[in-house]
Write a protein that binds this ligand. Structure first.
Ligand SMILES: NC(=O)C1=CN([C@@H]2O[C@H](COP(=O)(O)OP(=O)(O)OC[C@H]3O[C@@H](n4cnc5c(N)ncnc54)[C@H](OP(=O)(O)O)[C@@H]3O)[C@@H](O)[C@H]2O)C=CC1
Ligand SMILES: O=C(O)C1=N[C@H](C(=O)O)C[C@H](O)C1
Length: 242
């Protein structure tokens, strides 16, 4: 059983995490939100779970390093500089970052990679996501994770091929592009579809989150798995043995 500290504890994910921590017999060492002291929380914890905001990431990584404990980063909307900071931190403590902690999406990424690897670039890949009206980042972390999986399958760099935010006279679709589209509304917990569109046929690989408990369960599983691991950057694949 692990002593788990939550960053973003009053948020939607913070509440879902607290429920899973209680239900699984782990101990909640505390929680912070904006203005809270990450160092103090880290000192009281065996592992941190961060579902807050990108602006908090560096402080949270430093707190984990200061206390010498692992951290799960579930926050999305991360940029290149955040990934560099995660790589740096992972030299000192165990860090797991993912845009989606659920078993279903972790498996879906494998299926997407496999499909992209087997189908040629004449199959257009489009990623569609829908989330609740409160979501502040787009495309979702999951959509980007699925885009990375498709790009890996194709042996290309996503940054070179991604098409985001089409509007106006865009011109025809570029061969080999990976497109993203984001919808926002209501209370949708998370819908993702990867559409592979070929000549006269289409494959759609989809995942629907019915509520946030799937993310919370995955994050708590990742947290308990990380305790005692050597420094390094880990993935949900490793946690779930996929
Ligand atoms: N990887 C995954 O599987 C999942 C990832 N997410 C991601 O997790 C994040 C949180 O989602 P959600 O819970 O829905 O969002 P909410 O807005 O409901 O909660 C965010 C919480 O983080 C707090 N927060 C904001 N800034 C800071 C800061 N600088 N330091 C500490 N706490 C801070 C907020 O406090 P305050 O109100 O005071 O600003 C709030 O309590 C998002 O990036 C979301 O995309 C969500 C679900 C699953
Ligand atoms: O903000 C959310 O709610 C979610 N965020 C993650 C994302 O950006 O993909 C995961 C999940 O889809 C819910």
């Amino acid at each position: 059983m692990a002593r788990i500290g939550i960053i973003g504890s009053e948020g939607a994910m913070g509440h879902a995490l607290a429920q899973v921590i209680a239900a699984t017999g782990h101990e909640l060492s505390g929680g912070i939100d904006r203005g809270g002291c990450a160092e103090k929380l880290a000192d009281a914890s065996e592992v941190l779970v961060d579902f807050s905001a990108p602006a908090a990431l560096c402080t949270n990584l430093h707190a984990a390093i200061g206390a010498g404990i692992p951290i799960v980063v579930g926050t999305t909307g991360l940029e290149e500089k955040h990934h560099r900071a995660i790589d740096e931190a992972a030299r000192v403590v165990p860090v797991l970052q993912t845009g989606n902690t659920s078993l279903g999406v972790t498996l879906l990424a494998h299926l997407v990679r496999e499909a992209a690897a087997r189908l040629g670039p004449e199959w257009d890949i489009e990623i569609l996501e829908m989330h609740h009206r409160r979501k502040v980042d787009a495309p979702s972390g999951t959509a980007l994770l699925l885009g990375e999986a498709a790009a890996k399958g194709r042996g290309i760099d996503l940054a070179d091929k991604s098409e985001r935010g089409r509007d106006g006279h865009t011109g025809a679709r570029k061969e080999g592009a990976i497109g993203f589209a984001s919808l926002r509304g209501g209370t949708v917990a998370g819908e993702h579809s990867v559409i592979l569109a070929g000549e006269d046929e289409r494959i759609t690989l989809s995942h629907s989150a019915e509520n946030r408990s799937i993310f919370a369960r995955g994050a708590v599983r990742a947290a308990e798995w990380l305790v005692g691991k050597p420094a390094g950057r880990y993935t949900m694949d490793e946690v779930l043995g996929l």
